[in-house]
Design a protein around this ligand. Sequence first.
Ligand code: NAP
Length: 293
Amino acid sequence: MTAKIIDGKAIAAELRAAVKAETHRLTAAHGLVPGLAVVLVGDDAASKTYVASKSRALVEVGMRPFDYHWPADTTEAELIALVQKLNADPAVQGILVQLPLPPQIDPARIIATVDPDKDVDGFHPLNAGRLASGLPALTPCTPLGCIRLVKSVQASLAGLDAVVIGRSNIVGKPLAQLLLAENATVTIAHSRTRELAALCRRADLLFAAIGRPELVRGDWIKPGATVVDVGINRISDGGKSRIVGDVCFAEAVAVAGAVTPVPGGVGPMTIACLLVNTLRAACTQAGLPVPEI
Ligand code: NAP
């Protein structure tokens, strides 16, 4: 069997086009240009790249980025004051503080300072609680992207066995909540899970959000299963460096029914879903209906 390769790049491009059309409609009808503040503290190379591509994507769909690049020795109090200023700024409908933060800043305190209505990352405890309670919430972008990818090959997830490897607040836990909301039967695995390979082999839907290069092997996958690889791992290969996922792609394609590649799978969906969340936050704050996209 050769798995269908789920083309995250193409699906993300379609989603960005839909956001662009809705944004232009919003601006034309209500004079509203959704604004997203992107806050970067320090000089982490990967974070700089992510932040630049987020700002570019915003401009492409007709939104307005407000970029704040602050030095690595910024204090927690200074960052809290910036977030409070952005909370009060009516031109800013979304606030994103790029993680990781330098060690002197507690990320939990910063996340808790963001106005939940502007929390386009969906990390605020109020939004996490609303998601877990089945209430409307701004939801983390990467899990939203994973669900869209799976639904591109499987219209209904009801009754399917889903295994999520990883229990972070950013990916694993919110992904499990979204799968529950889709009526899947969900198991969350982590570093203390026993018999992980056997557990994964039961899964109709297997999600790997681990951060361990190619940990998931072909013989962990149920034949015909849908596999979504969230991992982004830089490895050196014969003196060159390249990006691989948490799943051994070459083995997975021979067993799975559908699989996401790395790169070109979940990654592009994360930014596209950030645009969706920004549009959604802007509409909600303006008291307008949220477009169905
Ligand atoms: P994280 O906070 O480090 O969480 C990793 C999870 O994997 C933890 O729950 C950990 O278990 C579990 N784990 C670690 N080793 C394991 C093992 N040997 N067996 C089973 N479980 C194991 O990472 P994250 O932020 O969720 O990110 C996970 C991966 O996704 C990373 O590669 C990251 O770069 C990538 N990512 C990609 C995107 C994207 O846009 N594509 C977005 C976010 C993250 P414990 O809880 O027991 O420690």
